[in-house]
Write a protein that binds this ligand. Sequence first.
Ligand SMILES: NC(=O)c1ccc[n+]([C@@H]2O[C@H](COP(=O)([O-])OP(=O)(O)OC[C@H]3O[C@@H](n4cnc5c(N)ncnc54)[C@H](O)[C@@H]3O)[C@@H](O)[C@H]2O)c1
Length: 255
Amino acid sequence: MNLGIIGCGAIGTDVAKAADKMKDIKKIYLFDIKPNASKKLCKALKKAEIKSVKDFLEEVDVIFEAASQQAVKEYAEEILLAGKDLVLMSVGSLFDDKIRKKLEGLAREKRCKIYLPSGAVCGIDGILSGSIDVIDEVTLVTTKPPSSLGKKYDKRKIIFEGNAREAVKKFPMNINVAASLSLAGVGFDKTKVEIVADPVVTRISHKILAHGKFGRLRAEVENMPNPNNPKSSYMASLSAIATLKRIVNPIQIGA
Ligand SMILES: NC(=O)c1ccc[n+]([C@@H]2O[C@H](COP(=O)([O-])OP(=O)(O)OC[C@H]3O[C@@H](n4cnc5c(N)ncnc54)[C@H](O)[C@@H]3O)[C@@H](O)[C@H]2O)c1
């Protein structure tokens, strides 16, 4: 299997390094808008080559987007039109109903897949299963050190309460987690989001609370930062690699 990676930052680097060690991956094509980023990563890999998306499109089986929402706008349609599977890390881009429906339609028409890794949040499997029947409520509570929001507070403060659609507009930095949770469960309008700034905490945490016909779910993760980019949670990279393994491995675990 050949892999294409768009974006050679924190997540792209971790995925490429993991793929370089997988025997099922024969070739890795890299592209980054900043040539230095792809050059640096290419040097650290055995199976990699730098090419533009257009040039590697026919060579690959699956493409990992680990770049930006802009990159999704630029390349996703072209990738799906070529009938290639696409893994999207910039899940927030699917908040735009028009873009999401367009990409979904293309993937259906071309019989390819769009994979959305659970990213920096845990508990998506339970939400996916639970949403097969009625889920009454899904709430995401994201707690951040005030410094990560560029703020100084001396005590805990709820800085946002509303639905995922509003949260996404107001806090684009939380967009990916709220977006994957919304898409897995009850949608952008019904998913509740609370963002808390707490000077006591040193790590960003995400807690999912849900109840429905399945029962109750409570899942919480406290994320370590990615060593290559402190703004990115390490869990996001690990979930991207787990998705790649899911694509490659014959045994599929989880919902
Ligand atoms: N799903 C999640 O939970 C989750 C978690 C963390 C990050 N993300 C998202 O994943 C993406 C990558 O995150 P990261 O931490 O690796 O970021 P990063 O800033 O470390 O790396 C991004 C890389 O992509 C490149 N890039 C940006 N726009 C591009 C374009 N249009 N074409 C080609 N290359 C482009 C940049 O030059 C950079 O090297 C971001 O959109 C981020 O918001 C998602």
